[in-house]
Write a protein that binds this ligand. Structure first.
Ligand SMILES: NC(=O)c1ccc[n+]([C@@H]2O[C@H](COP(=O)([O-])OP(=O)(O)OC[C@H]3O[C@@H](n4cnc5c(N)ncnc54)[C@H](OP(=O)(O)O)[C@@H]3O)[C@@H](O)[C@H]2O)c1
Length: 324
């Protein structure tokens, strides 16, 4: 099939493009060309690259037409953040493609009632990003069910792999926590450290996209969480990371408002965004309908990221060796 991937060179694209090429699809990769692919792979030589800025072309009303003119069978949309943008794409592609796969987020859920939360739970998103993604999901699934655009929505957890900083045991991107855990320094966690994070490796996200494409008959009109098998608590996460360095974690617990006072504003904000949602999502539906089997646990996905950060000189671990 001829597959157009919008936002192809990012975390997920680095794994998805080689999978699509290996599956003998003809792949067209759209990005602005501002960043090289996160992951170098020979598959990039077999891909047609198209430079386009989706935001600018959405504003001009030309983006959907550009995608349609590439004559895809399947479009994989990695970078759509508003229902208006999704609607433009749907209007431009309706009856012209076989399938639209959209990348959502588990932040379409707000605070959960039952955990792990399932796809059919009542949506209670908050914040512009989660609200926008929930509105896109509703739009696309309505389209699919009313014989409009055949669509599938995949909701990844916190995407964690080699090449970029990932969400740490304090729920943000501050690299210092890895150093503190590696070197036996005290780490301050909010509350009891029992709020949760739910990571996923980008290759597992790529796996789910490939499966949704392959199993369209069961996937169309559905959304799926794409996460590792288990969410992790901040405390358990911190203890596990300290264990990678042969240490017991030295943890201190403070109420969130005190944590906020002790933490750089942008990091405290990121922590709040993560723990106020305390993601813990079920992947049972993806397992059952798509045959999704994550290759990475949450900790394995994070470990690859930390190994990469260490190898690339982004972490100061002193003389402490990672024993994972
Ligand atoms: N990061 C997470 O933990 C996380 C968690 C859940 C869901 N998600 C979802 O994952 C999706 C992002 O996937 P990702 O993490 O693989 O992407 P990413 O690493 O953020 O990379 C973004 C890709 O899109 C391209 N891009 C960015 N802006 C563009 C524009 N205006 N026009 C055309 N191309 C553009 C980038 O290349 P250029 O810069 O060269 O254009 C790059 O190829 C989003 O839908 C997000 O909501 C992410």
């Amino acid at each position: 099939m001829r597959v157009v991937v919008i936002g192809a060179t990012g975390h997920v694209g680095g794994y998805l493009i080689p999978r699509l090429v290996a599956a003998k699809h003809e792949v067209i990769a759209i990005s602005r060309g501002q960043h090289a692919p996160y992951r170098n792979h020979p598959a990039w030589h077999e891909v047609t690259r198209v430079g386009a800025d989706r935001d600018a072309e959405d504003a001009a009303g030309t983006f959907a037409g550009r995608v349609a003119d590439l004559h895809p069978d399947v479009v994989i949309d990695m970078v759509c953040f508003t229902p208006e943008s999704a609607q433009q794409l749907v209007d431009g592609l309706r009856n012209r493609i076989q399938l639209l796969l959209h990348c959502g987020t588990i932040w379409v859920h707000g605070p959960a009632v039952e955990v792990p939360v399932t796809e059919d739970a009542l949506r209670r998103p908050f914040g512009e990003y989660g609200v926008g993604k929930a509105a896109i999901e509703e739009l696309l699934l309505r389209e699919a069910r009313s014989s409009g655009m055949r669509s599938v929505v995949l909701h990844p957890g916190h995407i964690s792999g080699p090449g970029w900083p990932v969400i740490s045991p304090v729920g943000n991107l501050d690299l210092d926590v890895w150093t503190r855990l590696a070197t036996g320094q005290t780490v301050t966690l909010p509350n009891f450290g029992l709020e949760t994070l739910h990571h996923v490796h980008p290759d597992d996200v790529a796996q789910a996209f490939e499966l949704a494409l392959r199993r369209q008959n069961v996937a169309v009109g559905e959304s799926f969480h794409v996460v590792s098998d288990r969410a992790i608590t901040l405390r358990g996460f911190a203890e596990s990371v300290a264990g990678w360095f042969g240490r017991d974690a030295d943890l201190r617990f403070v109420p969130f408002e005190e944590f906020r006072r002790l933490t750089k504003q942008e990091d405290a904000e990121a922590t709040w965004e993560h723990i106020s949602r305390s993601s813990n999502a079920s992947n049972d539906k993806a397992r059952r309908l798509l045959g999704y089997v994550p290759r990475y646990t949450s900790l394995q996905a994070v470990a690859e990221a930390v190994q990469w950060l260490n190898r690339n000189g982004e972490l100061d671990l002193g003389s402490n060796e990672l024993a994972i």
